[in-house]
Design a protein around this ligand. Structure first.
Ligand SMILES: [Zn+2]
Ligand SMILES: [Zn+2]
Length: 343
């Protein structure tokens, strides 16, 4: 089969290769990949900016159809339409795994960087990580289950957005827009999405089309807008999905006293400067939301099936893996929101 492979460590070294089809062990299913999303992580692997184990087939966000089941697989059959949590190789015995937090297991090696992933005709997955795609959700839409589950984990399970909250989402990339839609699905009164000048053409425009208030923080006064909308109190919840020092500090500034901040963005810096005193004296509740769990996947699929979150609105590119370089480059330059490979 054809697969997009990071062949060795270093900048670049990505190739479409002919590789053998994966073979299932007894507790695994073989999945014909239908659509697979490109994530910031894939661009980091391209540029050698994160940990990975080459040679490895890339891709961790996907949807597909089961074509084969291992002997011990129960509850799943050939023809089932599925998505899967990428938490492969979680050990199952550490305190995190045993307390239901396999996504944080230190032994986890997820598909797409730790073991072979989904930028290929076929991928194998342990059956305990599968979720069923609702009938009215397409493979393309379902390919965004993983980033939506991350948004749900952050917005609903970690920051606990409540009905009638005023929510600010910093960052207008795919995760920011999914977080905005999730906050709205959770009943937020007002959702403001922020971006910078480079986001105006596409990402902030999309946010507007989706019905959000938008702010270009390089040109407009976000703090004033938030104070105006909240009778001077500040935002109930701020979701930091930009991953830059400045926006972490903006979150502290615009959150109300006793407000909540949920961090999804990754700055990539070892240390950043934070307005510590302001956060202390406002008694802020700051949550770090890394990855996604079972509960967030189930809720993400529910939101898709009820059309509360429209993942299709974010798909700007669909291509074959042979066109990977063009697609990765365009996404990196901010000329897309979510790119998919289809098979
Ligand atoms: Zn991802
Ligand atoms: Zn573990």
């Amino acid at each position: 089969m054809q697969a997009l492979v990071k062949i060795k460590k270093g900048e670049g070294f990505i190739e479409v290769r002919d590789v053998p089809e994966p073979e299932c062990s007894p507790n695994e299913v073989l999945i014909k990949v239908k659509a697979a999303g490109i994530c910031g992580t894939d661009l980091h692997i391209w540029h050698d900016k994160m940990i990975y184990w080459p040679p490895v087939i890339m891709g961790h966000e996907f949807s597909g159809e089961i074509v084969k089941t291992g002997k011990s697989v129960a509850g799943w059959k050939k023809g089932d339409r599925v998505v899967a949590e990428p938490h492969t190789r979680a050990c199952g015995v550490c305190y995190l795994c045993r307390s239901g937090n396999i996504h944080l297991c230190p032994h986890k090696r997820a598909i797409g960087w730790g073991i072979d992933g989904a930028f290929a005709d076929y991928v194998k997955m342990p059956f305990h990580l599968l979720h069923r795609i609702p009938e009215n959700v397409s493979y393309e839409e379902a390919a965004l289950s993983e980033p939506l589950a991350i948004a749900v984990n952050c917005v609903i399970l970690n920051s606990g957005v409540k009905a009638a909250d005023t929510v600010v989402v910093e960052g207008a990339g795919a995760i920011g827009l999914l977080a905005g839609m999730t906050a709205r699905a959770a009943g937020a009164k007002e959702v403001i999405i922020t971006g910078v000048t480079q986001d105006e053409k596409l990402r902030l425009k999309k946010a507007k089309e989706l019905g959000f208030k938008t702010v270009n923080v390089e040109k407009e006064d976000l703090n004033k807008l938030v104070l105006d909308l909240t009778e001077g109190r500040g935002a109930d919840v701020v979701i930091e999905a930009a991953g830059v020092e400045a926006s972490v500090n903006t979150a502290i500034q615009i959150a109300k006293r006793l407000g909540k901040i949920a961090i999804i963005g990754i700055t990539g810096e070892e240390k950043i400067n934070v307005s510590w005193n302001e956060a202390v004296f406002k008694a802020l509740d700051i949550k770090f939301c890394f990855s996604s769990n079972f509960d967030s996947w189930e809720r993400a699929l529910f939101f898709m099936s009820k059309r509360k979150v429209q993942t299709s609105a974010l798909i700007t590119h669909i291509a074959s893996i042979r066109e990977w370089k063009k697609l990765f480059t365009e996404l990196e330059e901010g000329k897309g929101i979510k790119g998919l490979f289809t098979f």
